[in-house]
Design a protein around this ligand. Sequence first.
Ligand SMILES: C=C(O[C@@H]1C=C(C(=O)O)C=C[C@H]1O)C(=O)O
Ligand SMILES: [Mg+2]
Length: 448
Amino acid sequence: MLPQAIEYLTDKLQQLNFQSHCDPIIQVSVNIKAVPVIAWLAAQPIYPRIYWKGRDTEEEVAAIGCCKDFFYDETTDDNQLAMEYQAQRALTKNQDIRYYGGVAFDRSTEAWPEFGRARFVLPRVELRRSGTEFKLVVNLNCDKQDTQSERRHAMESLGSLAPAKPLPPPNKVSLLGRSDRPDRHHWTELVNRVTDPKFIHETPKVVLSRLTQLEVNEEINPWMLLACWQGRNPSSFQFGFQFSPNRTFISCTPERLYRRRHRELFTEALAGTTTRGLNQEEDALLATQLQEDSKNSHENQLVSQHIVDVLSPLSRYVGAEESPKVFKLSHIQHLHRSIRAELKPEVDDFQLLLAMHPTPAVGGLPREAAMDFIRQQEGYARGWYAGACGYFNHYESEFAVAIRSALIEPGRINLFAGAGIVSGSEADAEWAELENKLTTILSILTEV
Ligand SMILES: C=C(O[C@@H]1C=C(C(=O)O)C=C[C@H]1O)C(=O)O
Ligand SMILES: [Mg+2]
């Protein structure tokens, strides 16, 4: 089926009359038979390779190559970002044209190479699944002077597509070493500093995090890892960004930053954590204790209130669930409050990202004071961990918070975990919470 689809698209491109199109971006697509999306992506020879699966949609996308690439390194400021965003947004109202990418946790610190402070891509080719329907999509940029070479590039990309290959089996890796930054001693010091009454009075929440580096001998296929992670937590977002062969960022996160459909916005406060029980009774008991626990309720309440506060000036209506529900994952459970808003007509995704990201679920409160503490004390650069990843287009957009994530490099797996430190937090319990947040990915990598 795929070779015919590629042939069909190639013919279409050949016949394309650029002059007759008024939109500066042309998208051509064809329906195809079912394809295993992650396995197809992992087989493609073109970079970037991007994967996106929403949390409660039946949509899945594998995207490869660039029709347009927007990369922002340390020299870029928010004004430049805003201008480029406005320019791209003005180009097309076509609801099928999507820019996929991410924004780092902190745009003012050292960025990961290739990922930068922010990077968004209009892919060259996309494989999209919506429920049981699959289609292959190709994008062309007709803004360019040289439309013939644009056509040629698109046809070359189609010509190089490879069939899906089964992913390698999930072998357990043998660890050569593990290091934590901050280490346990330093973590205790940091938690104690944040929970100091004078500090916490001014800064009621700081989400501290840890980078855990695993040294490994064998090659790890990041897409196989993501596929396994997806199997363990199917009700999370799953995504991956691989801009070059040697560095892949993957995430299986439960947390939505926001989903916008026209003027309607869905967001949430996800904060407050406990483990899963060994049986139903214990699990239900842990959930009830989580809902009744004052420290965890406070963690969630601060996030919820802050989101409502920042959305209020941008919205005609904002409402948050009064009390949190419990959101269950394979190894942990969280407190979760849904928040819905109706945006004012002029509000766009760029304003939303600036206003909302990072929320006190991953940064803290007040935002700048917490960010300063993290910048100065955490001891490593978060990069895209706890950043905002997703896609936008004119009509709708969706961003997830890039926690429960890993950066896979040759010989090394970088894992990230954070915990909200509030009044009542204890260093040992918060350290255990970090460990619990890594259980799922560690069980895929190392447990028999
Ligand atoms: C920062 C992370 O998770 C955040 C912290 C939580 C907590 O402290 O209870 C829960 C969910 C997220 O808001 C992470 O997983 O890295
Ligand atoms: Mg917590």
